[in-house]
Each structure stands twice: as structure tokens, then as C-alpha cells.
Design a protein around this ligand. Structure first.
Ligand SMILES: *[C@@H]1O[C@H](CO)[C@@H](O)[C@H](O)[C@H]1NC(C)=O
Ligand SMILES: *[C@@H]1O[C@H](CO)[C@@H](O)[C@H](O)[C@H]1NC(C)=O
Ligand SMILES: *[C@@H]1O[C@H](CO)[C@@H](O)[C@H](O)[C@H]1NC(C)=O
Ligand SMILES: CC(=O)N[C@H]1CO[C@H](CO)[C@@H](O)[C@@H]1O
Length: 548
């Protein structure tokens, strides 16, 4: 194109304007540091240091119980200092238009501040500050959407002239958002590969999933011995109708090679599953079906490292202790922020294990008993044998009743009151070390007849006191580790106990103040602390090998 005289004039003028601007900038700039503009510079510095300067607060997680674990102050000036490099690993987070502003900002304030790149998908194109949220369903077949009521919300959302919050009815639209959600999974795979091809690993998460980046990166690169050039699909395994799949909310991991094959080698897969969606319950299941059908790949079980619980519902105890944690689920904004703060203020950077979550976040909240509380105890139940009471109890509790012939005396009475229920756990308590000496003295005073039928004290007759004490101690230690009752819940003649310890959540009975209707939950703190002590330090984090 030949420039017209007019456009030449415009260019000359523009050039003059730029020169004039640069000249005046240099003039002002050079004078800034000196009087008479010095005061302005000083003012500027004090303002910026207010906004970016020492960001140093009381650490709200710091208590008497946690002083050995977390710093007293929270220095948030360099949040990514010990964040791992995430080259080759991409986070893909999925949410919905009705919840994105409730859920995404907290991620953006915490873990996502340290990720150089990630993708956000929803069921509508949206913008959160500088972050774009992609519509996973944008390319969905019009014909497949047209007569499908699951897409009502999708259509309504687009027509909402104000904020989504003002258009939706929180109660009914929760179900609608869930119905729509399953259609996003496979289109999201396609768009992810198109926008960010060739990564080693893709980590898929929901907006209520928390990812422990230091652990997940360290594990994928150094510990798992998994090769992203192989077809790999990792997650917390669930089953529906005999098909296994990685539970979506817990987060799941797909190797770049597997994603590439699924999307590039089978151009029809997304379309086919879009149509099929109407007949399947869930998107995470559909993804697994597609991976199995087209690639012959099944999910490898990575639980409990990839986990569907959160700190207050994790069943701490056997199998949930020395295991490192990679993800958690059902995390609300407050919980995400709290766990991030814990990660940021830990006094150590060694691998974060499940027990660390207990010590840092849960132990300070443990107490002997809470009323109107459901501690999620439901491993073994004891219910009033009376048919009417049996009828009243909920089905799950009924199924988990202990066989009457296997019950001891304490267990037989357990349903009668919360106090009786508590005794089921208390009866597993083990004497402390100091008791050894007291018992010896008592046994000596009492003479042989009293000790004859007590095996623990009878060991006193062994050649050396020291050996006997050690034997006794290790027996007690084994008993501490063998404990099967850590906590109980009592409600309306139903006593249930748990083989793990968890914090749970408030639970209020509807309406009345009936004592029987109150939910009471209690923890055998001595038993819990004995078990923890008997477990000792974890020698090594118990990394899990993902199995088929
Ligand atoms: C920090 O905690 C101390 C007491 O532990 C309290 O006196 C002080 O006011 C707190 N500081 C801030 C900024 O909240
Ligand atoms: C907070 O951290 C920054 C960067 O790591 C460091 O330079 C600063 O000295 C720390 N502040 C305090 C009060 O420790
Ligand atoms: C602990 O449990 C194991 C396995 O169930 C059992 O063999 C052992 O006798 C138990 N030990 C004690 C001291 O109860
Ligand atoms: C949160 C939760 O799982 N609560 C459960 C506690 O136990 C009762 C009775 O078994 C269940 O109905 C709740 O769902």
C-alpha cells in the first residue's frame, strides 16, 4: 500500500508528539529526586511501602498446641519462595457460572498466585479480574443441546441481564448446575489440549479442590517413577455400575501422552460422548469410559494421597497418618485460605503428611465432648435391640451393628446413654508407663494370690525388673496401636464408634430440645494421644504406588 500525503502528515505529527512526551518525561524524571519535588517522592515511597512493604502479621494458626509447627508471624511478602517449579505441569480448574465468583477468587489469592499458567473452565464465558474463564460447552452441538433440559440453566445463564447470583435460585439451581456439569468434562479435554498442548502432566481440579503443589510436583517428578510419555490416568478410584473412574472432586491427573492420544487420535470422541451424556450420571465417569473405550486405560488408585475429604473430615488414624497428601475436596473459601496459611507458615519444608494436617489444624480443636455435633463416627454401631428403636435408627447405623454374640459387657449397654457410649472407647484405654511402678508396689503388697490371675502383673516375676518393664511397655504400646475405638457419637439410643478420629461438623436436631434427639460426639483424647505416641515419628513419608 502506498501512503497517502494525509497519512504521512499524521505520522509526522505522531512522531513529534512522542518526542515531546519523552522530552518532558526526562525533564520531570530528572527533577523528581530533588527539591522542590522531593516531598512528593517521599510520599510516593511511603505509600508503596504501605501497600507492598513488610507484610507481616500475627499467624492466626499459632497457638499453644501448634507453636512447634508454625511460625508465630505470617510473612506473606514472598509467598512463592518455596513453591516448586511447575514446568510441564498444567492445572485445569473447572467450575460453574453460578459459583465462580464465590470459589475462584480464593484460589487466585492463594495457590494460583504461584502458578505461571493455568486454565479455568465453566459453563459460561466469564471474566474474574484479569483472569478469563472459558466456556467448556461453547462448541457443544447445537442439536444435542436443543432438546435437552439439562441445558436449561446454560441457556438461562446467558440471558441473565444482571449478575448470575441475582438470577439463580440457590436451592433449585444447585441441582441444575450439577446436571449441566457432566457435559463439561470431555469438551474441556479437547479445549485444554488445543490451548495448551504438549505438557507432561495435566492436573484437573474442581473449584472446591485444594492441591498441595509442593507434594504433587515432587511426587510426579521424583517419587512416582511414572513416565508422562506413557498413558497414565491417576486419581481416587470410585465405582459406578462396575466401572471404575477417578472421582472428579478429588482431582485427577492425566499424562500428556494420554490426553494427546484421546483428543488427536479420536476426533469423534467428544461428539460421541456429548450425545451419550444425557444417559450417564456423571462427567468423571464418562471421562473414564472414554479413556477405557478409546485408549484401554483405567484409573490407577492414588488414594489416600489424592483425597476426597478435607482436614475436618479426614479419618485420621491407621492408613491416614504418614501418607503424604496431594489433594483435598469439599474445601470452602475459608478452608482453602486456612490450609494455604498452614503451608506458608510451617516451620519445615519436609513433605507434608496427613498427620501434619492433624497436628496443625485439627488437634487444637479437639475436646472431650461436643453437643449438637456429628463427629462422623459410624464404623461400628450399638442400637437399642427393641424393634421400635431399631426401626427409628437410620439404615446405615443398623447395617453396622455389632453382632450381639461378639459384644462385651460395656458394648451391650452402649446404646443406653452417651456416657455408656463413651465407655466403649474408654474400655480400650491402656495404663500409662508410671502405672507400672504403682502396680508393682500394689502387687507386692497384695502378695501372690492377687497377681496370679493378672498376666500383666505376673510378668513381674521375670528375672530382671528392667526386662519385665520393657516387655510390659511394648505390650502396652501394641495395645495402644491396636485401638479400634477413637471416638463416638450418640443420638436417640444409637451409639456409633469410629476406628479413626475426625473433627466432623455441627449438627442440630430439627426443632425440639429432647435430650434423646441431641447429637453428642466425644473423643477419647487419651486413646488418640496414646495412639499417636505409639506410632512415633514417621520415618519416611508413605508415598503410595498407584495401582490398577
Ligand atoms: C497480635 O497478637 C497480640 C497478642 O498475641 C495482640 O496483642 C496484638 O494486638 C496482635 N496484633 C495484631 C496486629 O492484630
Ligand atoms: C519477610 O520475608 C521477606 C522475603 O522472604 C524478607 O525479606 C523479610 O525480611 C521478611 N520479613 C520479616 C519481618 O521477617
Ligand atoms: C494387636 O493386633 C494384632 C492383629 O490384629 C493381634 O495379633 C495382637 O494380638 C494384638 N495385640 C494386642 C496386645 O492386643
Ligand atoms: C457428614 C456426614 O457424613 N454425616 C453423617 C453422620 O452420620 C449420620 C448417621 O449415620 C449420617 O446420616 C450423616 O450423613
Amino acid at each position: 500500500m502506498i501512503a497517502s500525503p494525509n497519512s504521512r502528515r499524521v505520522r509526522v505529527l505522531a512522531g513529534v508528539a512522542v518526542l515531546a512526551f519523552v522530552y518532558s518525561y526526562v525533564q520531570i524524571r530528572s527533577r523528581w529526586g530533588q527539591p522542590p519535588f522531593g516531598y512528593a517522592h517521599g510520599y510516593y515511597e511511603s505509600v508503596t511501602s504501605y501497600f507492598s512493604g513488610p507484610i507481616y502479621y500475627n499467624n492466626t494458626l499459632y497457638t499453644e498446641d501448634t507453636e512447634g509447627l508454625v511460625d508465630k508471624y505470617y510473612n506473606s511478602s514472598n509467598p512463592c519462595a518455596s513453591f516448586p517449579g511447575t514446568d510441564g505441569i498444567l492445572l485445569v480448574m473447572k467450575t460453574g457460572a453460578t459459583e465462580v465468583y464465590d470459589r475462584i477468587p480464593t484460589h487466585l489469592l492463594t495457590t494460583l498466585t504461584c502458578l505461571p499458567d493455568f486454565l479455568l473452565f465453566s459453563d459460561m464465558e466469564q471474566q474474574v479480574g484479569p483472569y478469563h474463564v472459558y466456556d467448556a460447552l461453547a462448541e457443544f452441538d447445537e442439536s444435542a443441546k436443543a432438546h435437552n433440559a439439562d441445558f436449561d440453566l446454560y441457556r438461562d445463564q446467558k440471558e441473565c441481564p444482571v449478575s448470575q447470583k441475582s438470577c439463580v435460585d440457590a436451592k433449585t439451581d444447585g441441582q441444575k448446575a450439577w446436571n449441566l456439569d457432566k457435559y463439561k468434562f470431555l469438551p474441556m479435554m479437547e479445549q485444554t489440549w488445543r490451548m495448551r498442548p504438549g505438557r507432561d502432566w495435566y492436573i484437573f481440579a474442581e473449584a472446591d479442590t485444594y492441591v498441595f503443589w509442593a507434594n504433587i510436583v515432587h511426587w510426579l517428578r521424583e517419587r512416582s517413577h511414572l513416565n508422562p510419555r506413557e498413558k497414565i490416568y491417576l486419581g481416587s478410584r470410585s465405582f459406578i455400575g462396575g466401572s471404575s473412574f477417578a472421582h472428579g472432586g478429588s482431582g485427577y491427573i492425566i499424562s500428556g501422552t494420554l490426553l494427546k492420544h484421546l483428543i488427536q487420535h479420536h476426533p469423534g470422541v467428544v461428539k460421541q460422548y456429548n450425545v451419550r451424556g444425557a444417559n450417564e450420571c456423571c462427567g468423571d465417569l464418562m471421562l473414564a469410559l472414554a479413556l477405557e473405550e478409546y485408549e484401554g486405560v483405567q484409573v490407577r488408585q492414588t488414594w489416600p494421597m489424592i483425597n476426597g475429604e478435607k482436614p475436618s473430615t479426614l479419618p485420621y488414624g491407621p492408613g491416614h497418618w504418614c501418607e503424604p497428601i496431594l489433594t483435598m475436596h469439599h474445601m470452602n473459601a475459608e478452608e482453602i485460605s486456612g490450609v494455604w496459611q498452614f503451608e506458608q507458615t510451617r516451620k519445615t519444608d519436609r513433605t507434608l503428611m496427613i498427620k501434619d494436617l492433624y497436628h496443625g489444624l485439627i488437634a487444637p480443636k479437639m475436646q472431650v465432648m461436643r453437643e449438637n455435633w456429628d463427629n462422623l463416627s459410624d464404623d461400628v454401631c450399638y442400637i437399642n435391640p427393641d424393634p421400635e428403636a431399631q426401626e427409628r435408627a437410620d439404615g446405615q447405623a443398623r447395617e453396622r451393628q455389632k453382632n450381639k454374640d461378639e459384644m462385651n459387657e460395656v458394648e451391650k449397654e452402649a446404646w443406653k446413654s452417651s456416657e455408656n457410649c463413651r465407655k466403649v472407647c474408654a474400655s480400650e484405654d491402656v495404663p500409662d508407663d508410671e502405672d507400672w511402678d504403682r502396680r508393682r508396689v500394689m502387687a507386692r503388697r497384695a502378695g501372690d494370690p492377687a497377681t496370679a490371675n493378672n498376666t500383666e502383673i505376673a510378668e513381674d516375676t521375670s528375672p530382671s525388673d528392667a526386662t519385665a518393664r520393657d516387655t510390659w511397655k511394648s505390650l502396652m504400646n501394641e495395645k495402644k496401636r491396636n485401638r479400634t475405638c477413637f471416638q463416638y457419637r450418640w443420638h436417640d439410643e444409637v451409639c456409633c464408634t469410629s476406628r479413626s478420629f475426625k473433627l466432623g461438623a455441627p449438627k442440630t436436631p430439627p426443632g425440639d430440645d429432647d435430650v434423646k434427639a441431641k447429637w453428642k460426639s466425644g473423643w477419647d483424647l487419651k486413646g488418640i494421644n496414646d495412639w499417636i505416641e505409639a506410632m512415633g515419628e514417621c520415618k519416611e513419608p508413605a508415598w503410595k504406588t498407584p495401582e490398577l
